[in-house]
Design a protein around this ligand. Structure first.
Ligand SMILES: *Cc1c(COP(=O)(O)O)cnc(C)c1O
Length: 430
């Protein structure tokens, strides 16, 4: 086959390929990317864009990183993949050891899977199997937070926000879970104990049927990009203990330093019973996720009727993915990532501040390497994207949110270009 031109690629794309949350009867044309290096995407027409999205939280070290390339090519020479049933390998062992060492105690056991959503399915299944083995199968419901996002597969969808999620579309098929109000206590404001009242009421009322509480610690991501107080997270942990309910922390977006802590649970000094990791785990190179749990959970599961944990993906612990994850974690820990994230936070605060004056803007908030401008109305994604591209930056707004989470290696002048572009385009919108 001959190499297609850019317009042929786009035509094939529009005719045959689904994109995230996209229509194929009314397709929106996609930009064709030819290569990516450092913090820049190069489109096939030659234009370079500063990437403010880190490919959805993942590319924390930037693209085409020599150390990550080296890790993956070295592993490729040995083996690209082997099944994980009855076999093990060094990259998986090394990665499990690193994850156990880095995450809060007593998380001690690691289940590898292919994507964030699947790691959430695994977490939920762990919680259900745990209570079944305790002879308490009636503890089978999840309590989740409104505005939450945990992925697109069925169990994950069932714990996403019931209104902005897809509950009504799949009513009858989707498990019905219990929801509590989104935390009203924001990250930077004095904590109001009243903000845990609904959580407390729901946990104590439903404890006999609750397997676990599932939440995104500190940052609610795709469900609204809101940052809430560590005290709320600490209270959730204490309530779970008091009422004999497991706590699942979904750190898929927050893990590996994004909020200024290696894991967002550290803001409250708590440890969940089960933790989900994904996104930045491989530095954005490969799809890989992990579900960690405590020995209490793993013992509980394995003492039950099944005697084993009932899950086993074909591509579990893929060696290429594990190798690049090991290299990405080393790179992160050897780098001054805390200083970098803190300095990105400062720059985002200063750079986005002018947006506060735009009449169309409802709120501007920054935490760690996450900057969010919430508009009063939903934005026209392709129109805004076009204007941002004219300014040389790549962002992907959704709903009312225009937000960024750059690679940690981004230099000051590139961050300035990002925030200036946002200020300009948002000014034009208002
Ligand atoms: C992205 C995300 C997921 C889903 O991960 P996928 O890899 O897209 O399946 C789950 N939870 C949170 C908090 C996420 O940000």
């Amino acid at each position: 086959m001959s190499t297609p031109t850019t317009s042929q690629i786009q035509a094939i794309d529009a005719q045959h390929i689904w994109h995230p949350y996209a229509s194929l009867t009314n397709p929106v044309s996609s930009y064709c990317v030819a290569s990516a290096n450092g913090v820049r995407l190069k489109l096939s027409d030659g234009q370079e864009l500063i990437d403010g999205m880190a490919s959805w939280w993942c590319t924390i070290h930037g693209y085409n990183h020599p150390a990550l390339n080296e890790a993956i090519t070295a592993q490729l020479e040995k083996m690209a993949h082997v099944m994980f049933g009855g076999l093990t390998h060094e990259p998986a062992a090394q990665l499990a050891q690193r994850l156990v060492a880095l995450t809060p105690e007593p998380l001690d056991k690691v289940f590898f899977s292919d994507s964030g959503s699947v790691s959430v399915e695994v977490a939920i299944k762990m919680a259900l199997q745990f209570w079944q083995s305790q002879g308490r199968p009636e503890k089978s419901k999840l309590l989740a937070l409104k505005n939450g996002y945990h992925g697109d597969t069925f169990a994950a969808m069932s714990v996403c926000d019931p209104d902005t999620g897809m509950h009504h579309l799949f009513k009858g098929t989707l498990a019905e879970q219990i929801f509590t109000e989104a935390p009203s206590c924001l990250f930077d404001t004095p904590f109001d104990p009243a903000s845990i009242a609904d959580l407390e009421a729901k946990i104590s009322a439903h404890a006999p049927e609750l397997a676990a509480v599932i939440l995104e610690p500190i940052v609610q991501g795709a469900g609204g990009m809101r940052f809430y107080a560590p005290e709320y997270l600490a209270a959730a942990r204490a309530l779970c203990n008091r009422h004999d309910v497991l706590l699942i922390a979904d750190e898929i977006a927050t893990g590996f330093g994004r909020t200024g802590k290696l894991f967002a649970c550290e803001w409250a000094g708590i440890s969940p019973d089960i933790m989900c990791l994904g996104k930045a785990l491989t530095g954005g190179y490969m799809t890989l996720a992990a579900t960690l749990c405590s020995e209490k959970v793993s013992d509980g599961i394995c003492q039950g009727e099944a005697g084993v944990f009932m899950h086993g993906p074909t591509f579990m612990a893929n060696p290429l993915a594990c190798s690049v994850a090991n290299a990405s974690i080393d790179l992160l820990l050897e780098s001054p990532w805390q200083e970098r994230v803190a300095s990105i936070e400062q720059q985002l605060k200063i750079g986005l501040a002018p947006c506060t004056n735009s009449p169309g803007v409802a709120d501007v908030r920054v935490l760690g390497a996450i900057g969010v401008v919430e508009m009063k109305k939903a934005v026209d994604v392709s129109g805004v994207q076009k204007s941002l591209i004219a300014e040389g930056v790549w962002l992907r707004p959704f709903g009312k949110l225009i937000y960024l989470m750059p690679p940690y290696i981004m230099e000051a002048r590139d961050i300035t270009q990002l925030t200036s572009a946002m200020v300009k385009v948002i000014g034009e919108l208002s």
